[in-house]
Design a binder for this molecule. Structure first.
Ligand SMILES: [Zn+2]
Length: 272
């Protein structure tokens, strides 16, 4: 009974004006090596389809995970190239020159829309390996998916003022700071992955509402499956997103839900 009630509640808010479920572009997923066995590619894709996703941006430690999902569903999965070859490189990659050869080889072999998601903070963004990543993105016309503080974002833009950066988790920064950054950088976009401070009980926080209304073209949502268990939240995250997005004007909600991601990265999808 409880399930039926929950489902009815979700349905009533998930439908848009035309009566269809709001599609979701999930901009922040990982399919890393420790997920492959518990959740084989077919099962992972099944979850993404069950969530009603329009597209899924996936980066993985190692990139083989991304390639497995992309092979399974090129109409749904958008590959992003992660510098990490396995779990545990998150804090060391910025000083590991072997990352560069790995990225170059992958860029030769496959197609991607971005390099990331990688973690870099403060002055580390000016280390040679990170500089090379920014250069590779420029050469290959790719976005950078950067999990960083504002300072590391600034430093990357200083290296390449034409860089295009998707700021993972909006830097876990405040709505006001995020707005300030968006005003300063026309090539900065923000994902809202793994944060919940922008909305509660289907109501958008006022400071975040101001940010979404000022920059309706620069935000997107994401689950962040940083551990295998997180895959079980993909459907819940999509439904939760539909719930709070319904508190925004319909055109703004649609852009944040999927149109922004689709406009930037959708060309990569093999549409039937
Ligand atoms: Zn992540």
């Amino acid at each position: 009974m409880r399930i039926r009630l929950v489902a009815a509640g979700v349905l009533s808010i998930a439908l848009n004006a035309s009566g269809a479920t709001l599609p979701i572009f999930d901009s922040h997923l990982h399919y890393s090596h420790d997920a492959w066995e518990q959740l084989p590619p077919k099962a992972a894709i099944e979850i993404l389809r069950k969530a009603g996703l329009k597209a899924a941006m996936v980066s993985s430690s190692s990139d083989d995970g991304t390639q497995k999902l992309y092979a399974e569903a090129p109409d749904l999965v958008i590959p992003v190239l992660r510098p990490y070859r396995h779990r545990g490189e998150l804090g060391t990659w910025v000083r590991d020159a072997s990352v560069v050869g790995h990225l170059e080889a992958r860029l030769k072999a496959n197609r991607y829309v971005a390099i990331g998601e990688y973690h870099v903070y403060g002055a580390d963004a000016d280390l040679p390996v990170v500089r090379r990543v920014v250069e590779l993105a420029r050469q290959h016309k790719l976005f950078l998916h950067s999990h960083s503080d504002a300072e590391a974002i600034e430093r990357q833009f200083k290296q390449d003022p034409d860089a295009r950066i998707l700021w993972a988790h909006s830097g876990f920064d405040s709505a006001d700071k995020v707005r300030e950054m968006l005003r300063r950088h026309r090539n900065l976009w923000c994902d809202l992955a793994f944060r919940s401070d922008h909305a509660s009980n289907g109501k958008v926080d006022p400071a975040w509402r101001a940010a979404f209304m000022e920059f309706p073209d620069r935000f997107m949502v994401g689950t962040d499956t940083f551990t295998p268990e997180r895959w079980h939240f993909v459907v819940e995250h999509a439904n939760w997103s539909r719930q709070w997005l319904a508190d925004l004007p319909a055109d703004v909600a649609e852009r944040i839900a999927w149109k922004n991601g689709d406009a930037l990265f959708g060309a990569m999808l093999k549409r039937p």
